[in-house]
Design a protein. Structure first.
Lengths: 137, 137
DNA sequence: TTCTTAAATTATAATCATTACATTATTGGA
DNA sequence: TCCAATAATGTAATGATTATAATTTAAGAA
């Protein structure tokens, strides 16, 4: 049922293929809403009622470490958010409705860092304000 | 002793002038190290041994709300970091030494958001990797 | 200067995300 | 199938933050 893609990704990274990992990957791939760990846990509990929250923490941790998924935090909460998309790093957080939007940008990171001598591995651009929808209300 | 600047800022924002607020503002102004609330608290405790940690939370909260200071979170910890500088929004976090560097950039936010219809109030660009110093070791 | 009140500070308890740790179960190669 | 490494589990502990209520203080008015 289309899990081959995820199995492939795990094997490439040298990670063991487990039901929990596959299900979380599928969920994140199909729900690009930057969910928190708790949201992932709630979803997983529906499918695997006996799953431990620690398993979600562990799965997310291994997926982040192997760079299969992205993670980010926003100023308005302490929770870690995750996203299957590891290309889009620009996020707009609406202070009114809380929705998190992905944004496209052609920011040239390497250019920015070269002169400082830093080596970038990852980055997040978090923008806060009022989204288009809420601005109209 | 040079506190006029901070008194002026507080009055402009309609905030009451208190010793704690002035001291925290002065500390943040002179220490552009993006400290956590706990670090601010530890400093304040030296000067005001009986100060409550809640006071630090409250002061920081009022300074952020009135846009006198900036705040940011990074993926590697849940703690809120603050900075007196409300112009520099680009930060480089070294995964080796943990140091947080400010970066200059001419990213045109408004341009980026215009086409989406969002209204930006603030933003943080957090870049993760290995800093120049650590890369040399 | 004193009075007044809204705002700031304090202290304590509660909550919520995350980490630590020890045990059991499972994956995937030999 | 067996074994070793890795993953999942459960519980307890930690650490940041929030909630709440009582006390104190700043700053404008009398």
């Amino acid at each position: 049922m289309g899990l081959d893609k995820y199995i492939e990704m795990l094997k490439t990274k040298g990670l063991k293929v487990t039901q929990h990992r596959l299900e979380i990957m599928k969920y994140l791939d199909n729900n690009r809403t930057h969910p928190t760990l708790d949201q992932v846990y709630l979803y997983m509990k529906e499918k695997f009622p006996s799953i431990s929250k620690m398993t979600v923490y562990n799965v997310i941790d291994s997926l982040i470490s192997s760079r299969i998924i992205n993670s980010m935090r926003f100023v308005n909460s302490t929770e870690l958010h995750v996203d299957f998309d590891n290309k889009t790093h620009f996020h707009f957080v609406c202070g009114k409705c809380g929705e998190i939007y992905d944004l496209d940008s052609d920011l040239d990171l390497q250019e920015l860092l070269k002169k400082e001598g830093h080596e970038a591995e990852d980055y997040n651009v978090n923008i806060y304000g009022t989204c288009g929808k809420c601005a109209k209300k």
